[in-house]
Design a protein around this ligand. Structure first.
Ligand code: MG
Length: 206
């Protein structure tokens, strides 16, 4: 039997919030000389977003690099709202976190993310305030699946190994957690993830 975990670590994107970079790509393409295909590459397959989410670029520097690459016509405030407003709640997962919180189980956010996204999420999604701690890539100069960000989770939670149960939709992130002994759950279906947390003893089973 694995030890009973005493805290739950949530990935954010595609676990608690859905997101669609297609929204950014379409909006920016209408305000720049870049095609949607070029923007798809720049946003999702170039080193730019990882550099931003590792905290190597400020939000303004990230914007200026996008503007230089695309001849984007807008100023920073327009870009910020365009880039931020891509998220929607995943209600059964937000309910799951609320249920854990009501039972006194500590919950944590563990996300590869950026300053624009987090300020938008804090301002628009009240559930985001209800965690015991946040390990955000851009504040630590490290991204999942690299070990330093997992070490930050262990320091913040005061827990390690099987004391942590961890939900993430990306196999490479889960693999690093599992290698550290965390009870790592590859999230794809809210009902399945809920059942795994219940089986670990953290939810009532009725
Ligand atoms: Mg994710």
């Amino acid at each position: 039997m694995p030890p009973q975990p005493t805290a739950v670590v949530f990935d954010l994107g595609k676990v608690l919030l859905d997101f669609d970079y297609g929204i950014v790509i379409n909006r920016v393409s209408k305000r720049s000389r870049s095609t949607p295909q070029e923007l798809h590459h720049l946003m999702l397959h170039s080193p730019l977003l990882p550099a931003y989410e590792r905290g190597e670029l400020s939000s303004i520097e990230f914007f200026e690099k996008i503007r230089n690459e695309t001849d984007y016509l807008g100023e920073y405030p327009e870009f910020e709202s365009t880039f931020a407003d891509i998220f929607t709640e995943i209600p059964p997962m937000i309910a799951l976190q609320a249920e854990l919180r009501a039972r006194g189980i500590p919950t944590f956010i563990f996300s590869n993310t950026n300053d624009i996204a987090v300020r938008h999420i804090r301002a628009n999604f009240p559930f985001f305030a209800n965690f015991d701690g946040y390990v955000l890539s851009y504040e630590h100069r490290s991204m999942k699946p690299d070990a330093p960000l997992y070490e930050a989770v262990e320091r913040m939670t005061g827990r390690k190994g099987g004391e942590l149960i961890y939900l993430d939709d990306r196999p490479e992130n889960i693999a690093t957690g599992a290698a550290r002994g965390w009870q790592a759950v590859l999230h794809h279906d809210p009902a399945v993830s809920r059942a795994r947390i219940a089986a670990a003893g953290l939810l009532s089973t009725n």
